[in-house]
Design a protein around this ligand. Structure first.
Ligand code: G3P
Ligand code: MG
Length: 268
């Protein structure tokens, strides 16, 4: 690959436009976040990508869960990284949402990749607390190995709020598309921020984006994807600004949108 070419993910199914409709933690308004049930609903809906969070157990197994602790979304308690994977297997990760989903477990990264392979593109978000001192043998290498083993590299974006993790991913695998997550509106030029960690895109909170910022980033060739947008009106506005993608807990709303710039409409 030429030195600084930004690597962008490829859709699994051909899309009518370049915009990414991203299900945040799956399809969490109808099924519990970050479970296979939720990913199944996301796939059925016809969106383009699912985002999910990866953290690590005490014995080094990458698992898909958002919080540092088990309390909110499972029948367990306490911090995930103090538990072995076998201890997590007995937990129910669906009942908190509805008894209908009491069969849902905390999936491993491997479970999720096996399930989604060939169905939909993915954004794997590496959680801060999973990142260790070492790059080799750490979460970054485990994520890359799991993705590469299945030939999924072109359909995956790996992101993190931790710049170190993004940097390590690119160092280990330059062909892997990466994104740096920001917690607020960037103070510097998007290109400076992205280049510092060799990120291929920036993922920003909706409070941190303006039309001007998106315009600058676009002119620099840096795709901007925005989280977590759950109102049709706001989605529509961001689409008009030419954001590259939107993360939503209401990914069904993507089908209510019309085209931002005279291109093909998104409504099915
Ligand atoms: O990856 C986008 C978004 O998921 C980042 O925040 O806390 O929902 O993982 P969080
Ligand atoms: Mg996330």
């Amino acid at each position: 690959l030429p030195g600084n070419a930004r690597v962008q993910p490829q859709p699994v199914h051909k899309k009518a436009d370049s915009f990414w409709r991203i299900g945040h933690r799956g399809f969490p308004h109808v099924a519990p976040e970050n479970t296979i049930a939720s990913f199944a609903k996301a796939v059925e809906s016809g969106i383009d990508m699912v985002e999910f969070d990866v953290t690590m157990t005490r014995d080094g197994v990458p698992v898909v869960l958002h919080d540092k602790t088990l309390d909110r979304t499972t029948t367990g308690r306490g911090s995930v990284r103090r538990r072995t994977y076998s201890e997590l297997q007995d937990l129910d990760a669906g009942s908190w949402f509805s008894t209908e989903f009491s069969d849902q477990k905390i999936p491993t990264l491997n479970d999720v990749l096996d399930f989604l392979k060939g169905k939909i593109a993915m954004n794997i978000e590496i959680k801060l607390e999973a990142v260790g001192l070492k790059m080799r043998g750490g979460i970054e290498q485990k994520v890359l190995q799991a993705v590469q083993k299945r030939g999924l590299t072109p359909h995956v974006v790996v992101s993190s709020f931790l710049p170190l993790a993004v940097k390590r991913i690119k160092k280990l695998c330059p062909e892997q598309s990466t994104a740096l997550l920001l917690t607020r509106r960037p103070r510097r030029d998007p290109r400076v921020i992205a280049d510092r960690v060799r990120a291929d895109a920036l993922h920003l909170p909706k409070e941190g984006v303006t039309a001007e910022l998106i315009r600058i980033a676009l002119s620099e060739g840096i795709p901007m994807r925005v989280f977590t947008v759950n109102a049709v009106k706001e989605m529509q506005k961001l689409l008009t600004w030419n954001v590259d993608g939107i993360f939503s807990d209401r990914a069904d709303y993507f089908f209510k949108l019309t085209s931002g710039n005279g291109g093909p409409g998104l409504a099915m």
